[in-house]
Design a binder for this molecule. Structure first.
Ligand code: ZN
Length: 176
């Protein structure tokens, strides 16, 4: 187990498009373990491998608040999007910023688990939002891309001032 270093906006590596995992093996499973540990430590409710500088299509989420619903998705693909939800989102790679983003509130997602087995699941509410947020990361997209250019400039300035401090604050709010 190891804590991984989380990249922060505007690091260009967050803009990479992650590649599908071709073979799920022990190193994939180790990555998943380390990502869970890093996400829980931050603390956050979701993490994409690209945020720890590994451009592979791997995400982990746990929206339970008590570490009871860990979910790892490898090569995830959303097959159905329904409804609209607008939630305050944060991101471990954009520390201290929370903004409303509109997303589908019900999704169906297909993925592989860490044993290489395919599964299909439905998700709604916070879990649906979290999965969409993490899959965006795999495509090099951040939640602040949905905001106006003006807001993004303010965020860039704000993060520039505070420097690259580690996340792990604002515990009262969920950080995806
Ligand atoms: Zn994020």
């Amino acid at each position: 187990m190891a804590l991984l270093n989380i990249l922060h906006f505007p690091d260009k590596r967050l803009r990479c498009k992650a590649k599908p995992v071709e073979e799920i093996n022990d190193s994939t499973r180790q990555l998943v373990e380390d990502m869970f540990e890093t996400m829980y430590d931050a603390p956050g409710i979701g993490l994409a491998a690209i945020q720890v500088n590994i451009p592979q299509r791997v995400i982990v989420v746990d929206v339970s608040g008590d570490r009871s619903r860990p979910l790892a998705l490898i090569n995830p693909e959303v097959t159905v999007l329904e409804g609209i939800e607008s939630m305050d989102e944060g991101c471990l790679s954009v520390p201290g910023v929370f903004e409303k983003v509109e997303r589908a509130d019900k999704i169906t997602v297909k993925a592989l688990n860490p044993h290489g087995e395919e599964f299909v699941m439905d998700a709604d509410g916070l879990l649906a939002v979290c999965i969409q947020h993490e899959i965006d990361h795999l495509d090099g997209k951040l939640f602040i891309d949905y905001l106006s250019e003006l807001k993004r400039q303010r965020i860039r300035k704000k993060l520039g001032k505070q420097g690259r401090r580690q996340s792990g604050f604002e515990n009262r709010r969920q950080v995806i």
